[in-house]
Design a protein around this ligand. Structure first.
Ligand SMILES: Cc1cc2nc3c(=O)[nH]c(=O)nc-3n(C[C@H](O)[C@H](O)[C@H](O)COP(=O)(O)O)c2cc1C
Length: 175
């Protein structure tokens, strides 16, 4: 069960040299969290291990962003994205995440890794309004259709900019 946390307007930041690392099973249940993750999100190891990664989910994140993440991972491909996360007391922090399948010696996917660093302010100022538009699309689409509708909206937007999701996100990550 996920406890209900009320979001605050307080932002907390990853240091420029810091990296958050976590590892999950195939369902997104945490099997590892590094110390930077525990410190910034303000959860103890006990509170994190065995919990779903949505323990740090922020309500400002559109569901479509996570649909893209999971659709990409299920194809055994790595995912890049900007994510607004929530700490144990409701504060928020932005990360640029690279999530990769954890492949064993037999070539089978046995879970996932995520490595995140502090994103640039410029990138956040571009991605944040896009997530807000995706959220608006989702609330118009209704719960069942929300993730697909906002992914469709995002893909159409990227197409009009003559780019793809990965090219767009990686270009923002250079900012
Ligand atoms: C390796 C890995 C790392 C993840 N990291 C995050 C994260 O930092 N924040 C987050 O909200 N979801 C993260 N997710 C996605 C969550 O599993 C989940 O899909 C998302 O929080 C949406 O949750 P919901 O379906 O309950 O809304 C991660 C998933 C994986 C596999």
């Amino acid at each position: 069960m996920k406890l209900k946390i009320t979001p605050t307007r307080q932002e907390v930041f990853l240091g420029a040299e810091e990296i958050i690392v976590s590892k999950t099973d195939m369902t997104g249940r945490l099997t590892y969290a590094n110390r930077v993750f525990m410190r910034l999100a303000d959860f103890s190891e006990n509170e994190l291990l065995g919990k779903q990664h949505n323990i740090v989910r922020h309500p400002d994140m559109p569901r479509g962003a996570f649909k893209l993440l999971w659709d990409t991972l299920k194809q055994n491909r790595e995912f890049f994205g900007f994510v607004k996360n929530m700490t144990a007391n409701g504060d928020y922090y932005w990360v640029f995440a690279n999530v990769t399948p954890d492949i064993n010696a037999r070539g089978e996917c046995v879970g996932y890794f995520s490595v995140r660093r502090r994103p640039g302010n410029e990138a956040i100022s571009i991605i944040q309004p896009i997530y807000q538009e995706m959220l608006a699309v989702e609330s118009r689409a209704g719960a069942a259709n929300a993730p697909a509708a906002s992914v469709e909206f995002l893909q159409a937007k990227l197409k009009s900019l003559n780019t793809t999701y990965e090219r767009f996100i990686l270009s923002l990550a250079q900012e």
